[in-house]
Design a protein around this ligand. Structure first.
Ligand SMILES: NC(=O)c1ccc[n+]([C@@H]2O[C@H](COP(=O)([O-])OP(=O)(O)OC[C@H]3O[C@@H](n4cnc5c(N)ncnc54)[C@H](O)[C@@H]3O)[C@@H](O)[C@H]2O)c1
Length: 340
């Protein structure tokens, strides 16, 4: 029997990698992609889904509670996979308010609509709705900053430092509350930095590639020694799929690539790869374009995920090595650069 699943934010970076993968893998799902199409959403990202019989796009805002109620009713939605968010830390520093509306209020609206549609009251699931699940996608940034040692686990206390991470932490806690108070069938994943095709040009890796291709300075915050764990987006999509289908209700899963890089190393690696794949006309290395700029306020030093719970419980592993993932990412941006 076909079941309708709501995916929010499916025209953004991770969502638009997830939606085609999910539609093709599960023809028994009818995937409703709800996206507001903010500056970060792009329908081109999901053009490969046009014509698929189990895909539909709806432009709309998760802050519109009436719309959500209507969608749950119209499609009799049986699952939610929630990507939609304001996602850029720099924007949260200059304009935090929309992060509160979309990330906190929007997530609350979705939880409330799912609760209304799937349950008769606290811990009373409507007959026939026992398997309906709400999966919430979050970030490792909720845990704050690490020193040179240690890893974030699912029991690390939350200590968000930016308006972005504070808004994601708030949404995670609301998801948790809907499980404990109402018994809503929820799961949450907290993932490290993703990279891959279709990422918005505001983020570090696409920005670096684009600046190289346009022969412009590549900005590096502070001394460039801030460390992040990097995960190829396809590996993240598989993790979400596995948690949505096999994860334990009420649990959170940390998802990471066991692949720490400081920003400077990462940018230098991309420059070296591009030197080979798309040499500069002047024969110099792209690394000459690196320019240090003043640090981001409240810039967390290091994030590192311990993914052993998802590895142990669900048998998930990151499969794409950094060089391989960066090669396909660079190829994708080279192809899209040539179109302009
Ligand atoms: N990119 C990463 O490295 C990363 C890492 C961990 C977790 N996450 C989380 O994964 C999710 C997706 O991240 P991303 O990088 O794909 O983000 P993105 O900014 O590329 O995409 C966000 C999408 O959400 C849509 N959207 C924004 N506000 C909306 C609203 N009010 N109603 C409906 N749609 C709205 C946008 O139009 C866009 O298509 C986010 O929740 C983010 O916090 C991202």
């Amino acid at each position: 029997m076909t079941q309708a699943i709501l995916v929010t934010g499916g025209a953004g970076f991770i969502g638009s990698n997830f939606v085609p993968y999910f539609c093709r893998k599960y023809p028994q799902y009818y995937v409703v992609n709800l996206d507001k199409l903010t500056y970060a959403g792009n329908l081109d990202n999901v053009r490969e889904c046009i014509g698929l019989p189990n895909y539909e796009f709806i432009q709309g805002d998760i802050c519109d509670a009436d719309l959500l109620t209507e969608l749950f009713y119209r499609y009799d939605l049986r699952g939610v996979i929630h990507f939609a968010a304001e996602s850029h830390v720099d924007n949260s520093i200059t304009g935090p308010k929309v992060f509160v509306s979309t990330n906190i209020e929007g997530t609350f609206n979705l939880l409330a609509a799912a609760y209304e549609h799937w349950m008769n009251g606290p811990h009373q699931v409507k007959p026939g709705y026992e398997h309906c699940r709400f999966h919430h996608i979050s970030t490792d940034e909720v845990y704050g900053s690490l020193g040179p040692e240690g890893f974030f686990t699912e029991t690390t206390p939350y200590a968000p430092n930016s308006p972005y991470s504070a808004s994601k932490a708030s949404s995670d806690l609301m998801v948790r509350a809907y499980f404990h108070t109402y018994g809503l069938n929820v799961t949450t994943s907290n993932c490290s930095n993703n990279y891959g095709p279709k990422q918005h040009r505001e983020k570090l890796i696409p920005k670096t590639i684009e600046r190289c291709l346009n022969e412009q300075p590549i900005p590096i915050y502070g001394n460039g020694l801030n460390v992040r764990d990097w995960l190829y987006v396809g590996d993240h999509c598989r993790a979400i799929d596995q948690i949505f289908h096999q994860g334990r209700a009420g649990e959170t899963y940390n998802v990471g690539g066991r692949n720490e890089q400081n920003n400077l190393n990462l940018v230098q690696t991309i420059c070296t790869m591009l030197d080979r794949m798309y040499p500069r006309a002047n024969g110099h290395t792209y690394a000459e374009l690196i320019t240090y700029v003043s640090d981001r306020p409240g810039h967390d030093l290091r994030y590192a995920i311990d993914p052993s719970k998802i590895e142990r419980e669900l048998g998930w592993r990151a499969q794409v090595a950094l060089q391989e993932g960066l090669t396909s990412t660079i190829h994708w941006y080279l192809a899209s650069h040539k179109q302009y």
